[in-house]
Write a protein that binds this ligand. Structure first.
Ligand SMILES: N[C@@H](CCC[C@H](N)C(=O)O)C(=O)O
Length: 271
């Protein structure tokens, strides 16, 4: 059978989106690996399934390019806001999205042509903010662990362009402090409200951006006094705006969401 999909990107972090109301896919782990491959598949950072939810308006499942399922994805949550609104699945501009790390509220900014221009996501309360000693053999001795529902390790550096991401990324992803592996962000503070960041994502490798990674970076910067509670994080594919509210501890992440193209792919359930 053929499955219709939409390739979307948030700050350059690209996923294949499938509406499981229409295409209830089996084995998303296998499909994410096959379809994410650049030459023999569609090419993406992973696969995102949009489905029904009893607790919210919709649900999201996110699979990395290696087939592992993640707890949360910031860039995909913004793209889902755009997808459900522009495809007429909802007329709401405040959407409750069920994720494996709880309900996230998406606030859509829609223009007069009913195009979603940007989405702000209430990412909830960051947890587990802990300075960690990485030990020897990694080239970097200190980092800050932050959970945004998924695990992150933020390392502040003087010059982010000097980081040999493809070498050090996989080593740190598998650091023994993080038995479930970890997403790794290298961050350079530009000023008190602007950070430049590059990311090695658990299960997908180097990506152009990571929404939860930008959140973790902003939190680590504020926690260590490098930045205030509101900042922009610029990654290779774009910039996200982060606001960590003092009153309730919630972190708001705002940024773009874009459609790349619609497509159709052959799908053979293996059972
Ligand atoms: N790119 C995402 C995060 C995707 C999941 C991550 N690689 C993990 O395994 O936790 C984002 O925008 O947050």
């Amino acid at each position: 059978m053929k499955v219709k999909f939409t390739k979307m990107q948030g700050a350059g972090n690209d996923y294949i989106y499938v509406n499981t109301f229409l295409y209830p896919l089996e084995e998303p782990e296998r499909l994410s690996q096959e379809w994410s491959r650049p030459h023999t598949g569609i090419g993406s950072d992973g696969l995102v399934l949009i489905g029904p939810s009893e607790e919210g308006d919709f649900s999201m499942r996110i699979f990395n390019a290696d087939g592992s399922e993640a707890m949360m994805c910031g860039n995909a949550s913004r793209c889902i806001g755009k997808y459900v609104y522009e495809n007429g699945l909802t007329q709401k501009t405040r959407v409750a999205l069920e994720t494996r790390s709880g309900i996230k509220i998406l606030n859509l900014r829609v223009n007069d042509e009913r195009v979603v221009e940007s989405v702000t996501v209430d990412m909830g309360i960051p947890t587990g903010i802990t300075p960690v000693d990485l030990g020897e053999g990694y080239g970097y001795s200190q980092g800050i662990a932050v959970s945004m529902g998924n695990p992150h390790l933020v390392i502040f550096v003087d010059q982010v362009s000097d980081v040999r991401l493809s070498e050090v990324g996989p080593l740190l992803e598998h650091h023994p402090l993080f038995p479930d592996r970890v997403n790794v962000e290298f961050a350079q503070v530009i000023d008190g409200s602007h950070i430049r960041m590059r990311v090695w994502e658990r299960g997908s490798g180097i990506t152009l951006a990571c929404g939860t990674g930008a959140c973790a970076t902003a939190v680590a910067a504020a926690f260590t006094g490098r930045c205030g509670r509101e900042s922009d994080v610029t990654m290779d594919g774009g910039t996200l705006h982060l606001q960590w509210n003092e009153a309730d501890g919630h972190l708001l992440m705002g940024g773009p969401a874009g459609k790349v193209f619609d497509g159709e792919i052959e799908y053979e359930p293996s059972k």
